[in-house]
Design a protein around this ligand. Structure first.
Ligand code: NAD
Length: 296
């Protein structure tokens, strides 16, 4: 049994911390929001007074926070109070520059560090089936892997500091763009008289096949488990997709990578936000494509 500190007990962090408890770990948790603390207390997390208190006697400290600024602020606060050799793992999705800065905060305080963003959403967090994309030294990776395995199914070492975040934004840049492309194809097909099922049957077995079509189809019917069949209840919100596309754009600008489609996908998700789709699943982008087609 390890002592694990956990900071950020929200939609993702709450169930992740609960899975650590279920696996027999001793978890000290903190969140700035009382409702999150109360929910985690019911799951067996021992709630402490503040973020610093989570690091006392901790072998590992996990953060699951909204953005880079929160991670840097929390790590700067807690790192000087952690035991030498403690392992900090940030599982938030944050910008690559902040992730690399966080590793530097750890190094300056004698702390081992990993960036380990996830895919799999709230469902994966609850079911402990997340994929972790991990950046950091091989030694830190080997130390952190058993704890990550308690919260996820696939743990992939992507290389040095920050590379977990790089893998995450590359994946989500493809995902955002492919969801728009699949949605455009459905709307084009429907306007030309092609049924959703016929398009699905052909494309799912053809070269246009992709996860956005066959696992997460943006129109109701062909894939019963997709959010389209459940009023586009997220899942993974359009707001989070926009966040990740903006992170990808910022990273691309920082290294002068030409990601024209990724940048355009960010603009389309920005429009979705303007039209009130932020809280819906990101596959609701098909509604924007349809509305804008109707308006032409
Ligand atoms: P959330 O807003 O539900 O949870 C974040 C939690 O952090 C909140 O409870 C908030 O109160 C807490 N917090 C903020 N600042 C804090 C501080 N200084 N100290 C302690 N607690 C603090 O968000 P979420 O959906 O759980 O997402 C967390 C991270 O995971 C984000 O970076 C997000 O991009 C990423 N992510 C989310 C999903 C998803 O489907 N929700 C999927 C993959 C990745």
């Amino acid at each position: 049994m390890s002592n694990i500190g956990f900071i950020g007990l929200g939609n993702m962090g709450g169930p992740m911390a609960a899975n650590l408890v279920k696996a027999g770990e001793h978890v000290h948790g903190f969140d700035v929001v009382a409702a999150a603390r109360d929910a985690s207390a019911k799951d067996g997390v021992q709630i402490v007074a503040n973020a610093r208190a989570t690091v006392e006697n901790a072998d590992i400290v996990v953060t699951m926070l909204p953005a880079g600024e929160h991670v840097l602020s929390v790590w700067n606060d807690i790192a000087p109070h952690a035991r030498q050799g403690t392992l900090f793992i940030d599982c938030s999705t944050i910008d690559v520059a902040s992730a690399r800065q966080a590793h530097k905060i750890g190094a300056a305080n004698g702390i081992a560090t990993l960036d380990a963003p996830v895919s799999g959403g709230v469902g994966g967090a609850k079911a402990a089936t997340l994929t972790f994309m991990v950046g950091g030294s091989t030694h830190a990776f080997e130390r952190g892997k058993p704890a990550l395995e308690r919260m996820g199914k696939r743990i992939v070492h992507c290389g040095e500091a920050g590379n977990g975040q790089v893998a995450k934004i590359c994946n989500n840049m493809i995902l955002g763009a492919s969801m728009i492309a699949v949605s455009e194809a459905f709307v084009l097909g429907e306007r030309l008289g092609l049924s959703h099922q016929a398009m699905f049957d052909v494309v799912a077995a053809s070269s246009g096949q992709c996860w956005s079509l066959t696992s997460y189809c943006p129109v109701p019917g062909p894939v019963p488990a997709s959010p389209a069949n459940n009023g586009y209840k997220a899942g993974f919100t359009a707001a989070l997709m926009l966040k990740d596309l903006k992170l990808a754009k910022a990273a691309a600008d920082s290294v002068k990578a030409d990601t024209a489609i990724g940048a355009h996908a960010a603009r389309i998700y920005e429009r979705a936000a303007e039209e009130g789709l932020s809280a819906e699943d990101f596959s609701a982008i098909v509604k924007l494509v349809r509305n804008r087609s109707d308006a032409r």
